[in-house]
Structures are given as C-alpha cells and as structure tokens.
Design a protein around this ligand. Structure first.
Ligand SMILES: [Cu+2]
Length: 125
C-alpha cells in the first residue's frame, strides 16, 4: 500500500513537470523589416495587428522611419515566417525577416495607412 502511494506520487510529479515543460514558451526575438510605413499611424496599425497575432508575446518596438520592428514570439505557437506573412496580409506592408536572406526590397507597398499621402496626414486622424 505504501509502495503504491510512492509510485502514484512519482507518476504525478512526472506528469505535472512534463505539462509545465510543454507549456513553457520558447521565446525568440525577431527583427522584422517592414517597408511602407510612413508615420505613427502606420506604427500603431502594425502594433495592433501584432497584438492580435497568434504566438506574438510582445512588441518591443515598431519604427516607421527605419522600417523595422522587434517582436518576441513563442516558437511553440508560431514561426518568424508565419508572423511576417500574417502581418503582411493584414497590413498590406512588405514584411521580411532579417533571416530571409537580408533582401531589403524598398519598392512601394500596396497601401499604407496614409495611402501614399503626406506623412502627417494619418497622425491627425
Ligand atoms: Cu501612416
């Protein structure tokens, strides 16, 4: 009887620790290149999309001037490629990761929050 309890205790400890391990986020910092952002409105748009994107744990920075964003993702839930694809689809900006060959395509994105107008236009909205 005592032995049985011991085994039960060991089994439950193993079960709990394996569950904890599986739930542990595999954090990775990802540098994104986003072309097409022109102002703070664009940054906000990118931030709000990232916030709703599965697997994105936090957004460290989004900078329209340099066309970059730094985010932290959980690799158990998503990948750099998945996040950049989702972001590109939802915002219309061109998104690439620093690991995707470093190709910095500076051609104009399909649309931005400013729709190509003066850079201050969407900050006022
Ligand atoms: Cu804008």
């Amino acid at each position: 009887m005592k032995m049985k309890n011991w085994i039960l205790a060991i089994v439950s400890v193993m079960l709990v620790s394996s569950l904890t391990f599986a739930a542990e986020p595999q954090k990775a910092t990802v540098n994104l290149k986003i072309s097409g952002m022109k102002c703070m409105g664009c940054e906000k748009k990118v931030k709000s999309v990232l916030k709703d994107t599965k697997g994105v744990l936090s957004t460290e920075s989004v900078d329209a001037a340099s066309g970059t964003a730094v985010i932290v993702i959980d690799k158990n839930l998503t990948s750099e490629k998945e996040v950049s694809t989702t972001l590109a689809e939802k915002t219309g900006y061109k998104v690439s990761t620093n690991n995707s060959g470093g190709k910095n395509n500076s051609s104009k994105a399909k649309h931005s929050c400013c729709s190509g107008k003066a850079s201050t236009s969407c900050e006022k909205k």
